[in-house]
Design a protein around this ligand. Structure first.
Ligand code: ING
Length: 302
């Protein structure tokens, strides 16, 4: 039997779900929570730990913030910086990689630009990848009568880096963020680059003020999007929530590690800080790509 050219490669990945981050919490207490989850992942010999979208702050696009200074206080103007340096230092000491989402304030030719960003950091705590959220949900102005807002279109610009993949820890890893997972081209763009793994964080309210009739399907649509993305591209998908009732908005949890088969191999069961992990066999990605999707081959498959 023709063996695939790749030996079985395994990477142990942790999903570090966060419970609510409230306005009064401040970054130091959040960093302490992230460090605790990172240490737990390292103590279980994980290679990589994945944190949620906008993991340093509350999900502030749920609010109409009129004061520019207050709005900018939720952004990081450089990465790393003194508020988050402890996370990078601990990662280097523990020799664990991580990905994390945050609000990025970038200065481009002297012009301030605001992005919903995630980074991929290798085991020597070097930032090797950056992604800026392309699909921005919500509105460009506050919506009357909604119990909470989604003002991502008002606070962020669409990402300008495209969907990228990066080689580290023996894997080809890509990233997307939250709403991106609902659009097939997000996972397809990564799959077409040969990604073995897609990492993403999300902040997903249980209630959709625009379409409350769909509320009972919020968790189903979350899993459906990620499981389909995994299977249809022969990739592992790790989706990590900021969960629980954050400043009055109930957000789903169910952070999941999903195999290239589309099976959920591990899922969080709480709405709080919770770590799950799985030893992901990248040979499974190879099998689905070559035996189901014949990626890159001109042979037809049944
Ligand atoms: N949150 C939501 C998400 O995609 C949303 C926005 C919810 C869009 C439900 C459509 C339906 O999970 C973020 N932050 O993108």
């Amino acid at each position: 039997m023709k063996m695939s050219g790749k030996v079985n490669r395994k990477i142990k990945i942790a999903a570090a779900q966060l419970g609510p981050i409230n306005k009064v919490d401040g970054r130091p207490s959040t960093i302490r929570r992230l460090l605790e989850l990172m240490r737990e992942a390292a103590s279980s010999s994980c290679d990589l730990v994945v944190f949620p979208e906008l993991a340093f702050t509350p999900f502030f696009p749920h609010w109409n913030i009129e004061d520019e200074g207050e709005l900018e206080s939720y952004f990081e103007s450089e990465m790393p910086n003194q508020n988050v340096q402890a996370l990078f230092d601990e990662a280097r000491k523990l020799e664990i990689g991580f990905s994390i989402g945050y609000a990025e304030l970038a200065i481009d030719d002297g012009i301030k630009k605001y992005f919903n960003t995630s980074i991929l950091v290798d085991k020597s705590s070097g930032i090797i990848g950056k992604y800026r959220k392309i699909h921005l949900p919500g509105f460009r102005s506050p919506q009357k009568g909604h119990p909470f807002q989604n003002l991502e279109k008002m606070y962020f610009e669409p990402g300008n880096l495209g969907f990228g993949t990066w080689e580290t820890m023996g894997a080809k890893i890509g990233m997307c963020i939250c709403y991106d997972r609902r659009w097939p081209e997000s996972f397809r763009s990564l799959g077409a680059q040969g990604a073995d793994i897609a990492l993403l964080g999300y902040n997903t309210p249980m209630h959709n003020p625009l379409f409350p009739e769909s509320d009972h399907l919020t968790c189903f649509h979350n899993a459906l999007s990620m499981q389909a993305g995994a299977y249809q591209n022969g990739m592992w998908v790790v989706g990590v929530a900021k969960a629980g009732c954050e400043e009055g908005v109930m957000q789903i949890g169910q952070s999941s590690i999903i195999a290239p088969s589309g099976e959920i191999v591990s899922m969080c069961t709480s709405l709080e800080d919770e770590l799950i992990y799985h030893s992901c066999d990248l040979g499974l990605s190879d099998s689905y790509k070559s035996k189901i999707f014949a990626v890159g081959s001109d042979e037809s498959r049944m």
